[in-house]
Design a protein around this ligand. Sequence first.
Ligand SMILES: [Fe+2]
Ligand SMILES: [Fe+2]
Length: 279
Amino acid sequence: MKLLFIGDIVGVPGCQYVREVLPGLLRAFNPDLVVANAENAANGKGLTRKAAEQLFDAGVEILTLGNHAWDHKDIFTFIDEDRRIIRPANYPEGTPGSGYTVCTVRSRPVLIVNLMGRTFMQSLDCPFREVDRILALHPHIHHIVVDMHAETTSEKLAMGWYLDGRASLVVGTHTHVPTADERVLPGGTAYITDVGMVGPSDGILGIDRETVIRRFITQLPSKFAVANGPRQFCAVLVELDDATGRARSIERVYIAEQTPAPGVQARRRDRDVSSSLQE
Ligand SMILES: [Fe+2]
Ligand SMILES: [Fe+2]
């Protein structure tokens, strides 16, 4: 079973780039399930019905969220009904929506769980105890994907090791910058501290850099807008054993529009998909 997990999709540029890039990736890699973090899909903050439908139309099958889940009020009109969209499971009891979902892939159930870290973030319920509770509810499911949406590398690594041998894949999201530590842990859990984002490369985490720099310098509030310009696409491609759910491999997928200046070495392309994208 092959899974493609796409990092935080930022605004219209991110959604548009998913629509441009994903068809070629589906042809090249033929994943059985495509999951994406969509907490920034609506203009950088939150998720609208329109953005969700665009991503589903492009081939994404499950959307996870994060701390920006509630930033666009549109979410409250569909999160209770649409089981393809999940928000962090460790929000307090009574929060709209669900923190996990089960879908069928290659005739097998796959459990997808969304969690949020607590370090330098909101003080939600404990994500470690919450994931234990969710896994205990699904003892017969072996294919388990966990999106650990968190600020600190240590909290994401802690979740990866905590779930080693119990989850198929633990990916970090939220920080928008891909990390180079993808690996299969000894117990058979594929792990990466952050998948990265899909959005404008020359902003700051996808946001217009001038406004972000000004806020750092002046410490005054400023309204953030999604950046323009060249875009990047960050994901991981994971292969799981059909019978056991154990991960066999995890690879980063990184595509960028940015053309390097003459004499400057191009950024590493972790998987050369350019030929498939030109079809
Ligand atoms: Fe994000
Ligand atoms: Fe986030």
